[in-house]
Design a protein around this ligand. Structure first.
Ligand SMILES: Cc1cc2nc3c(=O)[nH]c(=O)nc-3n(C[C@H](O)[C@H](O)[C@H](O)COP(=O)(O)OP(=O)(O)OC[C@H]3O[C@@H](n4cnc5c(N)ncnc54)[C@H](O)[C@@H]3O)c2cc1C
Length: 374
């Protein structure tokens, strides 16, 4: 049996794993990261050029301090690697004043001392079709876009610079804790370490069968402006989340680097559960039916059919919060992104490193403890 004498192995170098490896290496922990594909690949949950970044996160009040810490660490990662990763364009929350989206956003801001400003959609952002009189828009200055492929690649590079080993193109088949440590098996080589961090995204269920994690096939879609592409560049058409009057929500942002605007539904019940090893990447019309209709109803000036579609995966938990914590003396888990984890990836990586080394995390993360599922 071959052996690699790292103290910690991080399995899966996507959003969470690459950052966990970086934060472990930064604090001097001897660590190795093992990834089945290449850095910043397009076969998991962290591709498609952009992810929305928001500080005022309505999914849970505990996410606001996490997002603040994540922003600091995205800036640190930018400095370490000379890569531009976080672009704060400001972000809009749009809907009826008493809609669940607007109400939850106001509450999250108030609970955490974040400032939102009122914006007049008709004059400032006429691209948003005011389909119902009375829709309002709130602006969060600390919102924008973060770059998934570049972010993962940068975190891997920063981890290597700080002394971590990385191995790409190698799939971990088995993780077996025993009295002496943990045996990590790959077809090419076995590794013996003291602890493992499991951050295998849509593949996490295979390593943690007791945790309710469901991967879903999720299309990403871009729509070309019919005219005036400059009016749909991200500086004129910043990130937004909108709730229409039938309750459906959409999100999006203007074009970046000369590309088209990207829009998606907040959730699409038609997205099927998937086996990550058998993900169907073929694109069909039903992949954009819902978002095409929301774009038609909510935005003035975009073609109703997408100019680009790629297939990605969400991994959901029943309460749509992440899982991050220890599931054994030697095993730490991070995953279950539920469609909103990328923005927090740097802070989640730090929290994973804290869990490994037994240090307190930057904020109370008990709401993402895997033990909540029993
Ligand atoms: C369409 C879409 C839109 C989204 N929008 C947003 C958004 O706007 N804002 C936001 O914050 N979040 C968003 N998210 C969510 C976010 O992208 C994910 O939560 C996050 O990227 C998940 O990161 P992860 O580290 O869990 O998974 P991944 O980044 O997929 O990493 C898992 C890694 O583990 C590797 N791996 C798996 N099994 C093995 C093995 N056996 N051996 C070795 N390596 C292995 C995989 O190859 C992969 O690289 C969105 C997600 C999707 C799909």
């Amino acid at each position: 049996m071959g052996s690699t004498d790292a103290r910690v192995a991080v399995i899966g170098l996507g959003a969470m794993g690459s950052n966990a490896l970086w934060r472990l290496a930064e604090r001097g922990v001897e660590a190795i990261g093992i990834e089945q594909f290449a850095a910043g690949h397009d076969r998991g949950s962290s591709h498609g050029d952009t992810r929305l970044f928001r500080t005022v996160c309505l999914e849970h009040p505990g996410l606001v301090p996490l997002a603040r810490r994540a922003a600091e660490l995205w800036r640190e990662l930018e400095e370490r690697t000379g890569t531009h990763l976080l672009e704060l364009t400001g972000g809009l929350t749009i809907g009826a004043p008493d809609s669940p989206l607007v109400t939850a956003t106001r509450e999250a801001a108030e609970a955490n001392g974040e400032r939102l400003t009122d914006v007049d959609l008709a004059t400032e952002f006429p691209q948003h079709r005011p389909n119902t009189a009375g829709h309002i828009a709130l602006r969060d200055e600390n919102a924008g876009v973060v770059r998934p492929e570049r972010g993962v690649t940068a975190a891997c590079r920063a981890a290597e610079q700080a002394g971590a080993q990385t191995v790409f193109g190698r799939r971990v088949r088995e993780v077996t804790p025993d009295e002496d440590g943990v045996l990590v098996r790959t077809p090419e080589q076995d590794y013996r370490v003291e602890q493992v961090v499991l951050t295998t995204g849509a593949w996490l269920r295979a390593f943690a069968p007791g945790i309710p994690l469901e991967p879903f096939r999720t299309p990403q879609t871009w729509f070309a402006p019919r005219a005036d592409p400059e009016g749909f560049a991200v500086d004129r058409f910043p990130t937004f989340i909108r709730q229409l009057d039938d309750g459906l929500r959409m999100w999006g942002h203007g074009g970046m680097d000369g590309g088209d605007p990207k829009c998606g539904p907040a959730d699409n019940p038609a997205n099927p559960r998937t086996d990550p090893d058998a993900l169907d990447r073929r694109v069909r019309e039903r992949d954009w039916e819902l978002i095409g209709s929301l774009v038609r109803r909510g935005i003035e000036g975009l073609a109703p059919e997408p100019s680009r579609v790629t297939i990605c995966m969400y991994t959901k938990t029943p309460d749509e919060q992440f899982v991050l914590g220890r599931i054994g003396d030697r095993v730490v888990l991070g995953g279950g992104g539920s469609g909103h984890a990328f923005k927090h990836a740097t802070a989640l990586g730090e929290a994973l490193a804290d869990t490994v080394t037994g240090e307190p995390s930057c904020t109370d993360l008990s709401f993402v403890d895997p033990k909540r599922f029993g």
